[in-house]
Design a protein around this ligand. Sequence first.
Ligand code: SDX
Length: 427
Amino acid sequence: MSNKAKLKINDSEIELNLIEGSEQEIGIDISSLRLKSNVITLDPGYKNTGSCKSSITFLDGEKGILRYRGYSIEELASKADFLEVAYLLIFGELPNKQQLEKLSNDIKERSIIDEDLRIILNSFPKSAHPMGILSSLTSGLVAFDPSAVNIDDEEDMYDAILNLLAKIPVLVAWVYRRRKGLPLEYGDTSLAYVENLAKMMFQRPNKEYVQNDTIVSALNKLLILHADHEQNCSTSTVRIVGSSYAGLFASVAAGISALWGRLHGGANQAVIEMLEEIQKDGGDTKKFMSKAKDKSDPFRLMGFGHRVYKNFDPRAKIIKVEADKVLNELGINDPILDIAKGLEKEALIDNYFIERKLYPNVDFYSGIIYKALEIPSEMFTVMFALGRLPGWVAHWREMRINKEPIGRPRQIYTGEKLRKFSEINNR
Ligand code: SDX
């Protein structure tokens, strides 16, 4: 295969380098395009444009493949725990026993939050959306740890990363408990990461906390499934914000805001609201399928479709099985699970969805499990953010270590040509 691409523009022709990834993906390196031809490319939504080279996660949208540092999502979801996966994504290898123990202990050392952050939390109205609170509190952490990360100092980078991994679960639990009107609690440093999260969230002040292993196992799996997804909207946000040398906390706070959107991580909340709307409307899934296909109707089948997966989202397959398991083990019969399965069945044989290769994505079934765990729907995207945290950190670290340039896309201007200023009395 030649390692050059030829581009003919009018009567000039330029050569551009081709680069090949470790999974034989081919990219045209256009970093010299404007210099050589004085033209740029245009690609709204970056559907055809790579922003970087990365060794963290590999997706194959046609084959429905997802791997973190070469390990399949199926293996990791069934055999690993979330902290192992966080270590893998951030540092590139699965930890051995000593490394995992050190990571866990170092996190416990950092899991106390300055009491003044409670003042900021309590200043929000109870009705404030948890994603807005989480993003603000994440930014607020900078006030208590203002030191900018010295990315040339591994210790400094490790310390900043650990602070985030340690404090975000506490913030997630506090945001959840404030919404439920419960006292803010710390967990128990004798517990492992996900067990501790569950205790911080679900312990009640008036009775002894008893761990529910089904809940812990489901949370562990969900967090792993959400941990990274290469250059999705929120991860690209973390990378571009970090490329200006904004700090790690500020970059992750920006990623949380990007994830909040209902076309992205906010979809898990939108799916449950959609399923409950269908249920309230009498469960007529065919009516909502036609709405989803009607271009004049803004309704979209939330939890369906994906920018990259043009086949099943492998995470959706795993979560669908987990949803059945969790509801059975908790003895819950949730009719919206049947509505979800009905929608999926109809969509898989409907030409509109088949032609557009629209399949259930990670958000389609996850809300059903969170609902079974009695997590309010406004908290679903917060759980997604906690899962995605190690992915955001891994990409921020990779971007800074690779000393990538500040992200600053070009544009094609289509506005007014030069014109003279006119005094207000003449307008
Ligand atoms: C996540 O990028 C990631 O990796 C994200 C994520 C991650 O882990 O980080 O996987 C997490 O964000 C999953 C996606 C969650 N969002 C939703 O479930 C919202 C519903 N889905 C859609 O909004 C849409 O499918 C997107 C946003 C997910 C993808 O949009 P694209 O790639 O820009 O595709 P498109 O909007 O151009 O759609 C192509 C066609 C259009 O029809 P035509 O104009 O060709 O006739 O498919 C149609 C769309 O109207 N379409 C849908 C649809 N999704 C796409 N029609 C009805 N219902 C839908 N859900």
